[in-house]
Design a protein around this ligand. Sequence first.
Ligand code: GLU
Length: 481
Amino acid sequence: MNAIRTRFAPSPTGYLHVGGLRTALYAYLLAKKHGGQFLLRIEDTDQTRLVEGATENIIEALRWAGIDFDEGPGKGGPCGPYIQSHRLEIYMKHALELIAAGHAYHCFCSSERLDELRARQTANKLPPAYDKHCRNLSPAELEEKLATERKSVIRMKVPLEGEMTFSDLIRGPVTFGYKVVDDQVLIKSDGFPTYHLAVVIDDHYMKISHVIRGEEWLSSTPKHILLYEYFGWDAPQFAHLPLLLNSDRSKLSKRQGDVAVEDYRQKGYLPEALVNFIAFLGWNPGDTREFFTLEELIKEFSLACVGKAGAIFNLEKLDWLNGQYIQRMPTRELVSRIKPLIAARELPFKNDEYLEQVVELLKERVTVLPDFLTNGAYFFDAPTHYDTAIVAKAWQPDTAQYIKEMLNVFESIQSFDAVSLEHAMREYTKNKNITMGRLIQPLRLALSGVGQGPSLYHMMALFGKEETRNRCLEACRVMTL
Ligand code: GLU
């Protein structure tokens, strides 16, 4: 195989969409699997849709996800510049070449005329398309219009008859009749190229071997292939990825949940888990394995295992996977990822060792990183209120008395560790002829304010004798108010 070069070519119109991350990931995986290069190209030819900071956001989201590009903005490379607005002359030069070769033409139609045309077509239930009004201007007409009209665009000439077939790496042979392919504008009246011209020229000069992109671009591909033919260039291979769907099989949309990679980052999903999850939106390894690092994905990925059917973005699956990643992650590593969150929330921070134990205790009960701080808020601050439902159920008139006696027993324990604490409680409740349950819930409540959490004995051991005592006495005080 020739050198594999793939690219991710987002338009800087906002954040990085999870669908964009999948496109980038698949393109990256294919290139890396074959020892090729992965490029980032910013497609900013639609000046009306630009969003300030969007390019930086996209680059940052890719960096966070671990998808490293070999060539692109800020990195450079032999085929730059990698931002389309910095390449305008290249597009114009090629558009003029197409005109000279009879494959493109100037169009002077006003936007009013085009609007009317579209309205008429819609009224007659016809698909909107340019009626090729300027395609056959005589040389004299053309000369006159060029001299007098202020505005014009350049359109490509699509054959009037026939059809074209190309082979998509995911969909197999795809055929389009030229009748449904419009005489696409290539250069707009502002002198900027449209996406269709720029993408072909750039993919050619950037030596892209495989164009991997969303299914929504499939119907544009005939125009692109025609342009390759007009220029006399070999077209790259194409792979159009299946749609991403909500669980009700509608197209994945903002209305039903988060679609920005940044949202998932903010919510505390691990990049490793998100990437693993995203990899499975259309691809699977053909067996039951579910956990893949980026390196493993590079090894295993193949476009042949990407399906045509829409892929459901199943948030529960992501939550489960993220929880699994947290459980499998070394405690130290988790601590280093949680520390910035603690700092951001200005929570009291004891030391790494304490945090390591908190992580150990909670690891199996969290979905996303901030859960350590919310589900486990009491590890950072004493509770300020107590779950009333649990109080009603577990706190009885004699509870405070038992707790105080229990605390006295704890005073005499040699080592304040989980095993000794459990042992002491067992002895005490046996002597008092009460069940362990009579004390476990109230103690948990006193320490954490809530009805569930990790092992009570381990919690007490971590808090230490003094803190355990303080929290218990405070609870006894509040309950008797
Ligand atoms: N700029 C296009 C987009 O935003 C890229 C499509 C392609 O990869 O060809 O999706």
